[in-house]
Design a protein around this ligand. Sequence first.
Ligand SMILES: C[S@@+](CC[C@H](N)C(=O)[O-])C[C@H]1O[C@@H](n2cnc3c(N)ncnc32)[C@H](O)[C@@H]1O
Length: 203
Amino acid sequence: MKGSHVLPIQIDFSIDRNVNELRKLLDRVVNDSPVLFFLLGNTLANFQRDTKLLQTLSQLMRREDKLLIEVGTTEELSQEVAQKAADEYARTKSFREFVTSALLQNTDLHIDLNSVFFEASIEVDKAILIKILYRNLTENKIQVMLPDRSVMDFENQDTIRLYLTRKYTSTGIQKIISDSNLLLVDSLHIKIDGSETLAKIVL
Ligand SMILES: C[S@@+](CC[C@H](N)C(=O)[O-])C[C@H]1O[C@@H](n2cnc3c(N)ncnc32)[C@H](O)[C@@H]1O
């Protein structure tokens, strides 16, 4: 794609007001042609309120627009499968570095990669859920400085949530789509080395 055809916009797209402003901007820069939006890389799974996020993003769309969503999927919804997925993340040092990067950037915490915990659970009829936490294992209260120089008490054994991810069942993701007043028009299911991806085009 030509650089001149790329318009980078930095916004928090989980906020309704931002999405409405983005729609106004698009009205000025694109004509009436239909737009294909993308939400790729299992991004939906990172939001605690994933249905709310999709409802917010759906406000960006006009009747003729489409949205391509890519999510990680699972065929089985069991604690065993959830634990297996959590263990896979836990084994990867580069993933521990990735999830703690926000702490590195925004706090003066001395980061210990062995203080990262992976909790697996099930969201009924929907997804396996993996929560990644940083736990204070120092036996002491730590005073953590934030970018605005304010100080937060991080008590012994308390946790900071670093990341949230899921693998959806087919019915789970379909319910999120229909609860967002979107209509599924096509889907493609790909299996790569045992891990699964589901791409859905919704209207
Ligand atoms: C899982 S990554 C996917 C990146 C890319 N779409 C891909 O497939 O490689 C999720 C991206 O969403 C961004 N993100 C997360 N929450 C956001 C928010 N509320 N507003 C804007 N961007 C957000 C993250 O910074 C990250 O770049």
